[in-house]
Design a protein around this ligand. Structure first.
Ligand SMILES: [Zn+2]
Length: 313
């Protein structure tokens, strides 16, 4: 219903898209696949500033979504997962630009003083620089592999320690490895977060599911101009709903809020293809075995994009 309503309304109004950036490590060249050198970070922040983006706390975007209000144009929020110590390499740059940020804490790593992670004291010290502390699980599990009881235990243990060390409950949660399914999402929702974030490239607008917010992965020499050109594609994923039991993906079926007749479809390990849209429906036969345990299905219509992640459990 919400979908249909948005489709009708969007014919008359232009929705603005916000973007949430996701970083992991800073100025730490031991891990090039998750690292952003300070020189690049400075370029990216300069780009945001020169192009009149407003970097807002994540809470500002979540509050708009939860109030069903449209999001002002050119809003960007910055999320940093895991709480690696290398964030301290970049802190001066965040301070220089006065950009707020949210750190999603991998609680076990901090609690047990893993060498590469910030301590609770270091994390708490970031609050004075507009840093908010959020939740990224206790043990950083592959959540879809856990049964409900063990998944709930991870939340309970992690949140108890978080509250004891930080002094309050987090507002937000990000899925470890970006992996989730409907069960994981339902259990995460039980813990009262005001928003939950994934790790699929995309934008956020008033049609976005507040428990499945896309984040743009920034790493190495990522081009912010390209990432920020992503817009939200309003869709309803019908099929697949989850990772097929026999790993055989028979088809992709999606309702799409557009009059377009062509789109592009990407499937991990299978690649891109051009597809047809008929009367707002994509019904594409695939008939191929999925070889990746974490498969992303991406739809693109120009800059508009939507991603469905399915994870083998
Ligand atoms: Zn993580």
């Amino acid at each position: 219903m919400k979908f249909l309503l948005l489709f009708c309304v969007s014919a008359f109004y232009l929705f603005a898209d916000a973007h949430i950036l996701i970083y992991h490590r800073f100025n730490d060249d031991r891990y090039p696949s998750t690292n952003t050198p300070n020189s690049e970070l400075k370029k990216q922040f300069t780009y945001l500033k020169d192009n009149n983006y407003t970097v807002v706390p994540l809470k500002a975007i979540a509050d708009k979504l939860n109030a069903n209000e449209s999001i002002p144009d050119k809003w960007v929020a910055i999320a940093i997962d895991d709480g690696y110590k290398s964030f301290l390499n970049a802190l001066e740059i965040f301070k220089e630009f006065e950009y707020p940020f949210s750190i999603f804490v991998y609680v076990q790593a901090t609690e047990q003083n893993y060498p590469d992670f910030m301590t609770w004291k270091e994390l708490k010290s970031l609050e004075e620089f507009n840093g908010s502390l959020e939740f990224h699980s206790y043990a950083h599990p592959h959540s879809t592999k856990l049964d409900k009881e063990n998944l709930r235990k991870d939340f309970e243990k992690g949140l108890e320690i978080f509250k004891k060390r930080v002094g309050y409950m987090p507002n937000f949660y990000s899925y470890p490895y970006g992996e989730f399914n409907e069960n994981v999402k339902d259990i995460a929702k039980e813990f009262g977060f005001s928003a939950i974030l994934n790790q699929n490239n995309g934008a956020v607008d008033s049609s976005s599911d507040v428990y499945d917010l896309d984040r743009l992965a920034v790493v190495g020499k990522s081009n912010l101009k390209t990432l920020l050109s992503f817009e939200t594609l309003q869709v309803e994923w019908q099929e697949p709903k989850s990772f097929p039991k026999d790993s055989n993906l028979t088809k992709v079926n999606v309702k799409i809020a557009s009059n377009a007749t062509k789109a592009k479809l990407y499937i991990t390990d299978i690649g891109w293809r051009d597809i047809d849209i008929k009367d707002g429906i994509i019904d594409e036969n695939i008939g191929q075995k999925l070889t990746s345990k974490r498969t992303r299905i991406i739809l693109k219509l120009g800059n508009k994009t939507s991603t469905k992640i399915i994870v083998k459990d």
